[in-house]
Ligand binder design. Structure first.
Ligand SMILES: CC(C)(COP(=O)(O)OP(=O)(O)OC[C@H]1O[C@@H](n2cnc3c(N)ncnc32)[C@H](O)[C@@H]1OP(=O)(O)O)[C@@H](O)C(=O)NCCC(=O)NCCS
Length: 213
């Protein structure tokens, strides 16, 4: 499994008051300013680094996960999660060569995470989240860029994911990186309130020329 070019990057986040780069006129958020070893200023003025997760990150990742699950609208988990079970699952994945877990951290605070699993048939499936206070500043893009680089190096021919159709932020991010809408799982996931939610399936082919953001 690859260990290469994505590791240990710092990025300079776009400040909250700074204008967004247009999709046509400039590089996507984070990218132009991302550089090896650069000191970036985030919400608290601390550097933001994307790196592989370590065992010592697990508690913080679980808390990050719990906070996004509590929002109830963006990821499959919702409400109060079983922290011990989640920690066990994450710990197992940390040691699996076909899985990579990335964290974005500001100072010592994890503010985003992404997990990607490479299946034996060559598709790498991912899930990701960024803490609410840090969204729309390029963190998700930096995590996704690292994951796509890892998938390429691991020999995946495709990256795939599922997303709620109402999650416009995530869909926009994925489309910006070249993901295409491939289908809809109808009334597929039962939520705690009994509702059955659709899920959009998206895919990014890696064996064809693309220009992911
Ligand atoms: C989806 C998510 C990971 C995006 O992370 P992020 O750090 O906010 O993303 P970025 O700042 O890198 O955004 C990059 C681009 O994505 C698109 N985007 C991100 N958030 C958006 C929003 N709220 N509305 C519209 N477009 C959005 C934009 O094109 C944006 O570029 P721009 O800011 O220059 O316009 C984040 O919103 C999140 O964690 N949400 C909750 C959990 C979740 O939905 N996970 C994904 C489940 S499938």
């Amino acid at each position: 499994m690859p260990r290469g070019g994505w590791a240990g990057r710092s990025l300079r986040l776009r400040g909250r008051g700074e204008p967004r780069r247009s999709a046509t006129g400039g590089a996507p958020a984070g990218r132009a300013a991302e550089s090896e070893g650069a000191a970036g200023a985030g919400r608290t003025g601390e550097d933001v680094v994307v790196r592989r997760a370590r065992p010592g990150d697990l508690d913080a990742i679980v808390e990050l996960f719990a906070s996004v699950a509590a929002e109830g609208r963006w990821i499959a988990a919702e409400g109060t999660i079983d922290r011990n079970r989640r920690r066990r699952q994450l710990r197992e994945r940390l040691h699996q060569p076909e899985t990579a877990m990335f964290v974005a951290e500001a100072g010592r605070e994890p503010i985003g995470m992404l997990r990607i699993d490479l299946a034996s048939y060559g598709v790498a499936e991912l899930g990701m989240l960024v803490a609410a206070a840090w969204r729309r500043q390029g963190v998700g893009s930096a995590l996704l860029r690292s994951a796509i680089a890892w998938a390429r190096e691991a020999g995946a021919h495709k990256v795939a994911l599922q997303v709620w159709p109402h999650n416009q932020a995530a869909i926009s991010l994925y489309e910006r990186f070249g993901f295409q809408r491939e289908g809809l799982l109808r009334r597929h996931y039962r939520r705690r309130n009994g509702e059955l939610w659709d899920a959009l399936v998206m895919g990014l082919p890696l064996d064809q020329p693309t220009s992911p953001g």
